[in-house]
Design a protein around this ligand. Structure first.
Ligand SMILES: [Zn+2]
Length: 381
C-alpha cells in the first residue's frame, strides 16, 4: 500500500538495496540494530502516539507488537471511516480517530467534496472530534484547491459547528521544493515559504479550537517562523511525526537551537510517529521509528540513523539526540496529549487501554491530574 498523504512510511519497504555482494540491507535497518531489544526508557508511563495511520485489524495487530515493546499505549489514527468500528472492537481504548476524507478518491469534483462532507458527519457520530486538513503541495494539485478554497472552507465551517478541533498538514520537507525537485515552480508549485499564509488564515478564523500542526507544523527547517506562529496562536500545537524528515532537519541545525526551541515550547508538543500500518511491513519497520524517536528525544546519541533517507544531502543520514529532561519527556509523551487531546478535544481523561499491554507501566501523576470524567471501557471478549 502506498500512502498518498504521509510524509513518512510511504517510500520505504520496497526500496531495499543490495550492497556489494548479496547482503540485503533493509531501509529501516541500515545499521543492523536489534530492534527487539527496546532500550530502557528515561521516564516510565504510557506513551501516546498522536499521529499514525491504522486500518486492517490483522496488520494493525502486528504493528501493536512493536508498539507494545516500546511502551506506546494509545494512538490517534487517520483511519478510513469504514475501518473504525472493527479497530475499536479489536483493540478497545487504544485508538482515537481523526476525521479524514477518502484520500484515494481525491480529485477536484463536487462528488469528492460531497463524500468528504458525509464523512465529517460519519466520523462525528463515531465520536471523532479532531479533523485533518491535508494540504501539502501535491494535495493542492490533486484537489485543485488550497485551504482557502470555498469548498474546503465549507467543510471547515461545518466541522467547527459540530465542535471539531483541527489538524493540518501544510508544507512538506524543504528539500522537495525548488527547480528540478518534486515541487518545482515549472510544475506550478508554490515555494516552501508560500505554503504557510493559508495556514495562518485558517488559524485566524478558528482561534478558539485546538490546532495540531502535523510534522512539526511542516516547518521544522525554519524554527524562527514556527516560533512566530506558536507565539501568535496559543492553541496551535505541533506533533513530532515523520521520522526521517524530523530527524534530518534536527541533525542539520545546531542542537542547542533545536533543544532551546523544544524547551521553550514544551507545553505545545505531541509525540507522534506517522507510522502507516501496511500488509508488508515487518516488525522492524515499525520498531525502527520508535527506536529512532527514543534516541532523538531521550539520549545524546550522535551518529548515523539506522533508517535510510533518500533526502539526506550526500552520505549517511545522521541522528542527533537532544537528551531532553525527564519532565519535558513526560509532557511530550503524555501530559500534553492528556491536556490538549483528551481533555480539550474529547472532553474526558485518557483511560489506560484494556487490556493493559504487558510492557505497559502504570499511569503517572501527569495522567492522574486529569479532572475530566474517565470513560468506562468494555474489555475485549
Ligand atoms: Zn500522517
Amino acid at each position: 500500500m502506498v500512502c498518498l498523504i504521509c510524509s513518512e512510511g510511504a517510500y520505504d519497504w520496497n526500496m531495499s538495496k543490495t550492497l556489494g555482494t548479496a547482503v540485503e540491507v533493509p531501509p529501516y535497518n541500515r545499521l543492523g540494530v536489534n530492534y527487539h531489544q527496546a532500550p530502557p526508557r528515561k521516564v516510565s508511563g504510557p506513551i501516546i502516539d498522536a499521529h499514525m495511520h491504522a486500518h486492517n485489524v490483522q496488520w494493525t495487530g502486528r504493528f501493536l507488537q512493536a508498539a507494545d515493546d516500546y511502551g506506546i499505549s494509545a494512538f490517534w489514527t487517520m483511519t478510513p471511516l469504514e475501518d473504525v468500528d472493527a479497530l475499536r472492537t479489536a483493540f478497545p481504548g487504544r485508538f482515537e480517530f481523526i476525521a479524514i476524507p477518502k484520500w484515494q478518491d481525491m480529485n477536484s469534483t463536487g462528488e469528492f467534496v460531497e463524500d468528504w462532507q458525509r464523512r465529517v458527519e460519519g466520523f462525528y457520530e463515531k465520536g471523532a472530534r479532531l479533523i485533518k486538513f491535508h494540504m501539502a503541495p501535491r494535495t493542492q494539485k490533486k484537489l485543485g484547491a488550497t485551504l482557502d478554497h470555498p469548498a474546503v472552507r465549507g467543510i471547515m465551517r461545518r466541522a467547527y459547528e459540530l465542535g471539531y478541533h483541527f489538524m493540518s498538514h501544510v508544507g512538506d520537507p524543504k528539500a522537495w521544493f525548488g527547480p528540478g525537485k518534486a515541487y518545482s515552480p515549472q510544475d506550478g508549485h508554490r515555494s516552501f515559504e508560500e505554503q504557510f499564509p493559508m495556514l495562518d488564515r485558517m488559524l485566524e478564523d478558528f482561534p478558539d479550537r485546538v490546532h495540531v500542526g502535523a510534522h512539526m507544523g511542516g516547518c521544522v527547517e525554519d524554527l524562527e517562523q514556527l516560533q512566530r506562529r506558536l507565539d501568535r496562536f496559543p492553541n496551535y500545537l505541533l506533533d513530532t511525526s515523520a521520522t526521517k524528515w524530523v530527524v534530518r532537519a534536527i541533525a542539520a541545525q545546531p542542537s542547542e537551537v533545536v533543544r532551546d526551541f523544544i524547551l521553550r515550547n514544551q507545553d505545545r508538543l505531541l509525540f507522534g510517529s506517522d507510522l502507516v500500518v501496511g500488509e508488508k511491513h515487518p516488525y522492524d519497520h515499525y520498531a525502527s521509528r520508535y527506536w529512532v524517536h527514543q534516541k532523538l528525544w531521550e539520549t545524546d546519541y550522535r551518529g548515523e540513523s539506522p533508517i535510510a533517507d533518500p533526502d539526506t544531502p550526500g552520505g549517511a543520514p545522521l541522528l542527533t539526540g537532544l537528551n531532553l529532561p525527564a519532565d519535558v519527556l513526560e509532557k511530550l509523551y503524555r501530559g500534553n496529549a492528556q491536556k490538549w487531546l483528551y481533555e480539550k478535544v474529547l472532553g474526558r481523561c485518557f483511560r489506560f487501554p484494556v487490556p493493559i499491554p504487558e510492557s505497559g507501566p502504570a499511569p503517572t501523576a501527569t495522567m492522574a491530574a486529569c479532572k475530566a470524567p474517565v470513560p468506562e471501557l468494555t474489555p475485549r471478549a
